[in-house]
Design a protein around this ligand. Structure first.
Ligand SMILES: Cc1cc2nc3c(=O)[nH]c(=O)nc-3n(C[C@H](O)[C@H](O)[C@H](O)COP(=O)(O)OP(=O)(O)OC[C@H]3O[C@@H](n4cnc5c(N)ncnc54)[C@H](O)[C@@H]3O)c2cc1C
Length: 321
């Protein structure tokens, strides 16, 4: 049984995402990844600073394939939660992990006042091929990890991944939803989707999710296209289809970055407004540690959707030590 009370202090920090849901009908959140070097860290600081001015509901920080950046992820999450006093959710994967390691990491998260965690299976580290080897401790799927964390560290608010176009390894969307239901029943509080470029995929998926009896929020993940070649690669790996209309427009201007950016921006604005008009419970932006397009999209959203956060949060003022 989860402890629903987080350790909210006088500054209203250390919030569980489910507590944010109680206050916000729609959430706006940003995903970052741990910077790889000093230059990346400077760029990250500048871009994250721009995005924080938008008063997001929360932010998340990815971890590298096979948990390869766990220390850096924790450093960034620690900075957000404990120094900037802003809710930041670490991503955490179980590929290569033992239960002992997971237990150690969950205790560390607890010690650092981290209330939320995105629990994922993960992919094999870059360069390794073939199916994932059997996990010696039985943590073969995200649902195994979620069950273990929920049973032993039930105070966490747990997020997990969902795939409107099905996970690439799943034999069918029906089977993937069956597995998703199992995952949610293991203790998931909210879901964030993989990127998709056609909202119909999300709407059809949500019908199936409802039929399967999955009741938690499923926040659509938005990836604004700024570099078409790069996003095409991501889409191929993740199984996300790029609609012909968008692909043709992009291919016609491939070597003109300003035009690629403009087409990507207009498309993401259209996609985001349509999702909100159709009652999506918010938007989660995969920022790739860049701020320009997410800031422009946010500012182009219909006002009725973007002023909701302001009433209780005020402007974000970082407490930089
Ligand atoms: C929003 C989001 C954030 C992400 N963040 C990261 C990150 O920070 N770091 C990272 O490395 N990766 C990240 N990923 C990628 C993710 O790790 C991969 O997509 C991975 O291949 C699957 O992870 P999962 O947690 O969805 O796995 P699972 O939910 O375990 O599903 C994986 C596959 O196994 C199948 N399956 C599940 N349970 C069973 C079962 N009991 N029996 C048989 N089949 C089953 C599912 O249908 C699916 O095909 C993210 C993905 C998303 C959508």
């Amino acid at each position: 049984m989860k402890n629903k009370n987080s350790r909210i202090d006088s500054e209203n920090v250390f919030m569980k995402i489910t507590e944010i849901f109680e206050k916000e009908k729609r959430t706006f959140s940003f995903e970052f990844f741990p910077p790889k070097n000093l230059k990346g860290a400077v760029q990250f600081g500048i871009n994250a600073g721009q995005l924080m001015k938008l008063n997001p509901s929360f932010v998340t920080e990815t971890c590298g394939a096979g948990g390869t950046t766990n220390d850096q992820t924790l450093d960034v999450v620690d900075l957000f939660n404990n120094k900037l006093k802003f809710t930041c959710v670490p991503h955490y994967t179980c590929v290569n992990a033992t239960k002992e390691k997971v237990a150690y990491d969950m205790r560390t998260f607890t010690d650092r006042n981290i209330e939320n965690v995105m629990l994922l299976r993960g992919d094999p580290p870059e360069g390794s091929k073939g199916p994932l080897p059997e996990n010696p401790d039985g943590l073969n799927y995200a649902s195994d990890l979620i069950k273990f964390v929920n049973e032993n560290y039930g105070h966490f608010c747990i997020g997990a991944a969902a795939y409107p176009e099905k996970h690439p390894e799943a034999p069918s969307i029906a089977k993937d939803i069956e597995n998703l239901k199992l995952k949610v029943d293991s203790g998931v509080d909210f879901l964030v989707t993989q990127m998709f470029f056609k909202n119909d995929y999300y709407y059809r998926f949500m019908d199936k999710v409802a039929k399967a009896g999955i009741k938690c929020r499923v926040i659509p993940g938005i990836l604004p296209i700024t570099d078409f070649r790069q996003i095409k690669r991501f889409a191929e790996i993740s199984g996300a289809h790029i609609p012909d209309r968008l692909r043709k427009k992009m291919e016609a201007v491939l070597d003109r970055p300003d035009e690629v950016y403009k087409i990507g921006l207009d498309y993401a604005v259209e996609q985001s407004n349509d999702l909100l008009e159709n009652d999506a419970p918010g938007l989660h932006f995969f920022t790739l540690n860049k701020s320009r397009s997410a800031v422009e999209i946010y500012k182009s959203l219909a006002e009725e959707y973007t002023d909701i956060n302001k009433s209780y949060k005020g402007s974000f003022t970082p407490h930089v030590p």
